[in-house]
Design a protein around this ligand. Structure first.
Ligand code: ADP
Length: 435
């Protein structure tokens, strides 16, 4: 490249030298210089003109065939132009691919800015969410997908799990809406038709509810006969052991069936629990009395009521929550141990806690402990007559009350289960009450 410039410089100096020599030989150096420099200028102007003309028509015309520095300039411009064309073609191709991909996607995709105004959406978003091309660009998404749960989900900023809603377009269609946050406050909304999964889920729930219901009556009859036979002195004593075992197993089955039915009921109810006035203090005092009548129990069962606050909720569901948690504490704590039950309120809401000095739960099991049929030690749980559904019921019932379950436990030392109820579920202000 620099070679061309050196050559151009040498040529220019040569032309000047020729002009000076001509002037010296024939006189009028200035006229000779003017003539040579004029010819030099015309030559470069003509090259510049041809370059300009080619740049204007470069799509249809081949580049001019220049040598020297002008040739270098043409080569450089051609290279830059080709590179630009290449990138442009790539971007156009990528964009077309992106559009083809989003059209082929089974999900509806909506791109929103930080103000939740719609910037772009694909064809499936039009079908699933009823969005209209052009008209709905720039609109806020919650003005078009109108549902209080969706607005709450958007405002919540916790998009770990999708939200399932009835479609705003067709009532028999269920949509899973998942927001993905990215960039500077931008959000992507993915909408998927989950009607089939919802139907299968509903069928599964119906099946469990119906099967449990159908099993209940035969089990009651079997348990009744077994009770009679165990107590019957005319029955061969050799049968006493097997009959006792059969009665225990029938009792376990009854517990499982009852818990399955309870869970089915909770699932079928959906949404938020009702708002009966529930006297938690009275309920806990009664439960403590019942526990005290058990043959096998920890020797100390202490109830501390720091508040007389009542809860607004479903009496049956709250009874189930407290009974399950107290029942577990009693079940998994040896006779020499202690169970502490406490009810109190503070500025956050109302709280129920049950602490025991029992076997505890190893940390590895804690994340899964509220799953259905999950047991730390299946052998021990079966021996204690547990269904494995108690904590699943507790979690579900608490969710319906807007409450959270907190579990702390240390293997071999004991456990602490705490339920935190929100202020909106507390019926009366707390006043100190001595237990
Ligand atoms: P189960 O009917 O088997 O007690 P749950 O759902 O109530 O079922 O509890 C699930 C499992 O959690 C139990 O099998 C037991 O291993 C463990 N667990 C629950 N509560 C306690 C507790 N207070 N102490 C130790 N382990 C517990």
């Amino acid at each position: 490249m620099y070679a061309a410039w050196s050559f151009a410089l040498v040529r220019f100096l040569g032309a000047v030298a020729v002009a000076v020599a001509g002037g010296l030989v024939f006189g009028h150096v200035e006229l000779w210089l003017l003539g040579v420099l004029g010819a030099y200028l015309v030559f470069h102007l003509s090259r510049l003109f041809r370059l300009w003309r080619w740049l204007r028509r470069r799509r249809t015309e081949d580049p001019p065939d220049f040598g020297g520095v002008w040739g270098d300039v043409v080569a450089l411009v051609t290279r830059i132009y080709r590179r630009k064309q290449f990138h442009k073609r790539r971007i156009v191709q990528l964009f077309r691919e992106f559009r083809r991909l989003t059209t082929a996607m089974p999900d509806g995709v909506v791109v929103m800015n930080a103000e939740r105004e719609i910037l772009w959406f694909n064809r499936n978003a039009m079908t699933l969410l009823g969005l209209r091309r052009k008209v709905d660009f720039g609109q806020r998404i919650e003005n078009l997908v109108r549902h209080p749960d969706f607005t709450k989900y958007l405002n919540g900023n916790d998009y770990a799990l999708p939200l399932v809603l009835r479609s705003p377009v067709a009532t028999d269609v269920f949509l899973s809406l998942h927001v993905v946050a990215y960039g500077a406050g931008q959000r992507l909304l993915l909408a998927r038709d989950v009607s089939r999964q919802m139907r299968i889920e509903a069928m599964r729930k119906d099946f469990v509810a119906n099967a449990s219901h159908e099993l209940r009556s035969p089990l009651t009859v079997i348990s009744g006969y077994l009770d009679t036979m165990v107590d019957d002195p005319t029955v061969d004593p050799a049968w006493r052991g097997p009959l006792e075992e059969m009665r225990r197993q029938a009792e376990r089955m009854r517990a499982v069936v009852n818990d399955l039915l309870e869970l089915s009921k909770l699932e079928a109810a959906g949404g938020e629990a009702g708002e009966d006035l529930v006297d938690v203090g009275g309920m806990l005092a009664l439960m403590r009395k019942e526990v005290l009548t058990l043959d096998q129990r920890p020797k100390e069962i202490v109830l501390r009521l720091d508040s007389d606050a009542k809860l607004l909720g479903s009496e049956a569901e709250l009874h189930s929550v407290f009974a399950n948690l107290i029942g577990n504490a009693v079940k998994y704590t040896p006779a020499s141990g202690r169970v502490d039950i406490r009810w109190w309120t503070d500025t956050q809401g109302a709280h129920f806690a049950v602490r025991d000095t029992g076997v505890g739960i190893p940390a590895a099991h804690l994340p899964r402990i509220t799953e259905r049929f999950y047991r730390v030690d299946p052998g021990r749980a079966r021996a204690t007559g547990g269904s494995g559904l108690g904590l699943a019921i507790v979690k579900h019932a608490l969710q319906r009350h807007g409450a959270a379950l907190e579990i702390e436990s240390e293997e071999g030392k004991g456990s602490l289960f705490t339920c935190h109820f929100p202020l909106r579920r507390v019926a009366a202000r707390a006043t100190a009450v001595s237990a």
